[in-house]
Ligand binder design. Structure first.
Ligand code: NBP
Length: 490
């Protein structure tokens, strides 16, 4: 066999499917896995796979190697080695193993869910070794890896021309002719993994918003699962059209053998791998209000306290139950509008965080292109992302999506519905943390004056932290001896 176009290390589910995707598209791939039996099973089993998984001729383009030395020697120069192992220390272990075997200019690609700070560090270490590094987010799970993921690469820009062809060929495609790849260069160092982290956080927000819409429709209007199916079906035909609305619709159609709906039998305790939490943690470090995603993370935490909630439910009573007496059809439309407006706030916050990170790390990000990367192959794919792309195309330095004309008028239109839904839910005692956080963010962001004047006075009172004045230039600080100036207690 002649030398391979690319090599991949790590043959768990993601690695195997990416290899198949590459080989199905005509690339020749060398593979290596720490446990060599896995390599043999994978390569040996290719001939038994169905033709829609391993295309005719693809198996002959894949070869397995038992040592890193044989593996590296099997690759064309400059060598392109993609690592798909467990994030964290295993990635560093593989990089250390590879370094002495590679030649200057060879390219190491980490496609796992790495922390962007690790990617920033590896970017420097690998550069110092005269090698080139790409840290890339890969989204879409195992199905995406096989059929077309969203790929978000960052790192050494000079390495991009050598991997662009492979990545853009195997990625998901969108557009009228299905030929726009959901993969493009994101930026320097850890920018690709950062964008993947933002994607994961936004996914948390989108999912929780849909869950709150479900909870409202079920508890305020008493909709059945069959009715919910119809509502989500209709929503998926309009501006909310997205993968998550589509699968939510489908979930309401799945039944148990006895005819009952499976969704009602599922325990209400959400789990998490922590990827949404990473985004919130870094939002706090940057000092940007990513409130929706953080509330979505907390909503999962509260759901996990099942036993405590069950105990509290017998003790903590809400106010006497009120029945909804309004127009049912109008209220369903109100919830749709509230969901749309809240989702917009979530993406607005996500992009504000991206901008803050870009400033912090010196990345030059193209926000419109990033929206395009998420339009296919990943969990948050939606029609809405096309509108975000258009907003940034119109104004690449847009400081907040809420200020774009299209979205500004969409929120204006949704506002009465949005407020009605939140007021009704609060009145009826329903927890809607992310809907509420969205509206509070909108109301906070549009205030020229917030109560932080009082907060600064409190800080200066107890800690002499000083304050700026509205009638003096910014940056000029003042302190008051509040104890002397206050009304003396009589
Ligand atoms: P896993 O995250 O389960 O990792 C298993 C792989 O890592 C195996 O190939 C294993 O080799 C290898 N490995 C480990 Br563990 N420690 C190693 C070490 N010290 N040296 C060399 N190899 C080591 O695999 P995955 O679920 O396919 O995910 C791969 C990456 O893609 C992860 O970063 C994951 O977070 C990310 N990702 C996963 C998904 C998904 O849906 N699963 C989606 C998007 C991204 P062995 O066979 O010898 O144990």
């Amino acid at each position: 066999m002649s030398k391979h176009d690319i090599g991949l290390i790590g043959l768990a589910v993601m690695g195997q499917n990416l290899v198949l995707n590459m080989a199905n598209h005509g690339f020749s791939v060398g593979v290596y896995n720490r446990t060599t039996a896995t390599t043999d099973e994978f390569v040996g089993g290719l001939k038994n796979e169905p033709a829609d998984k391993v295309y005719p001729g693809a198996a002959e383009r894949i070869a397995g190697y038992h040592t890193p030395e044989e593996f590296v020697a099997s690759l064309k120069s400059p060598r392109r080695v993609m690592i798909m192992v467990k994030a964290g220390a295993p990635v560093d272990a593989v990089i250390q193993q590879l370094k002495p075997l590679l030649a200057p200019g060879d390219i190491i690609i980490d496609g796992g869910n790495s922390d962007f700070r690790d990617t920033n560090r590896r970017h420097e270490e690998i550069k110092a070794a005269n090698l080139r590094f790409i840290g890339t987010g890969v989204s879409g799970g195992e199905e995406g890896a096989l059929k077309g993921p969203s790929i978000m690469p960052g790192g050494h820009h000079e390495a991009w021309p050598f991997v662009k062809d492979v990545f853009q060929t195997i990625s998901a495609k969108v557009g009228p002719n299905n030929d726009i790849p959901c993969c493009d260069w994101v930026g320097d160092a850890g920018a690709g993994h950062y964008v993947k982290m933002i994607h994961n956080g936004i996914e948390y927000g989108d999912m929780q918003l849909i869950c709150e819409a479900y909870f409202i429709l079920k508890n305020v209007l008493g909709l059945t699962n069959d009715e919910l199916y119809e509502v989500f079906k209709e929503w998926n035909e309009g501006e909310l059209e997205s993968y998550l609305i589509e699968i939510t619709r489908d979930i309401f159609s799945v039944k148990e053998p006895d005819g009952s709906h499976l969704v009602d039998k599922i325990l209400d305790t959400a789990q998490q791998k922590g990827t949404g939490k990473w985004m919130s943690q870094h939002a706090l470090d940057l000092g940007v209000p990513t409130t929706l995603i953080t509330e979505a993370v907390y909503a999962r935490c509260l759901s996990a306290q099942k036993d405590g909630r069950v105990r509290a439910s017998g003790l903590l009573k809400g106010i006497a139950e009120t029945k909804f007496t309004g127009d049912k059809k109008q209220f369903i439309e109100d919830v749709r509008q509230a969901l749309y407006a809240s989702k917009l706030c979530s993406y607005a916050q996500g992009y504000v965080q991206l901008d803050a990170a870009a400033k912090e790390f010196g990345w030059n990000l193209n926000n419109g292109n990033i929206a395009l990367l998420w339009r296919g192959g990943c969990i948050i794919r939606s029609r809405f992302l096309g509108d975000i792309k258009s907003a940034f195309d119109k104004n690449p330095t847009l400081e907040n999506l809420l200020l774009d004309d299209f979205f500004r008028s969409a929120v204006e239109k949704a506002q009465p519905s949005w407020r009605r839904v939140i007021a009704t839910s609060v009145q009826m005692g329903l927890p809607i943390p992310v809907f509420s956080a969205a509206l509070s963010y909108f109301d906070g962001y549009r205030q020229a004056r917030l109560p932080a004047n009082l907060l600064q006075a409190q800080r200066d009172y107890f800690g002499a932290h000083t304050y700026e004045r509205t009638d003096q230039p910014r940056g000029k600080m003042f302190h008051t001896d509040w104890i002397r100036e206050r009304k003396q207690p009589s």
